[in-house]
Design a protein around this ligand. Sequence first.
Ligand code: NAP
Length: 202
Amino acid sequence: MKIKKLGIMGGTFNPIHIGHLMIAEQSRKKFNLDKVIFIPTGSPPHKDEKQLANALDRYIMTILATSDNNNFMVSDIETNRYKTSYTVDTLELLSQKYKDSELFFITGADSILDIENWKNTNKLLNICTFIAATRPGYNVENVMAQIRKLEEKYNKKISYLTIAPVDISSTQIRKRIFEGETIKYMTPDPVINYIYNKNLYK
Ligand code: NAP
């Protein structure tokens, strides 16, 4: 199948959960994306390494979470990289690999508002269209005003998606595991089984 529009869902996925899956699926439908490729980060520039499950575990959990959706794919492009992984380097590689496809990077609104602190903002916004996902509870007017400022400054369109509320975060899941609380329905069962079998986040 020819991929005309490719969604890219980058995340630390520590661990992946239904919030991530919902943003990817809802972006796919709204923007008519042919596929969404999930890219777990290897050594992310913005996270404290000590609290991270290792890259291979996060990659496997991402495969387990997405395997029942034919429109989802998972890439090890970042988990295979031993140096700090910057999104711009990943997007450059993907734009070479999928040179006939239009690329969309799906991310939370907080991340997009921080994009000027990422490596090579200008190039990032040139390689792909960003889709900023907000959840209810965000100050939408404030987020939109900041997005408009970025659009004007870089002369690039940033798309916008409000997703149904899912008050789940990876941090919350790790805390619940640590405290012996159930995480059933917060992430797919195969991910839960993997976490328990590998004794992660204890
Ligand atoms: P993450 O914590 O695993 O989350 C991935 C995305 O899912 C985030 O955008 C997050 O939005 C969103 N999300 C999580 N839970 C959600 C929920 N319940 N409902 C709706 N949205 C939810 O990943 P991350 O650490 O933020 O990293 C995101 C991407 O940005 C990665 O690809 C990373 O490499 C990239 N990044 C790159 C640089 C750089 O190149 N210098 C710097 C920073 C990040 P929220 O942010 O709103 O939680």
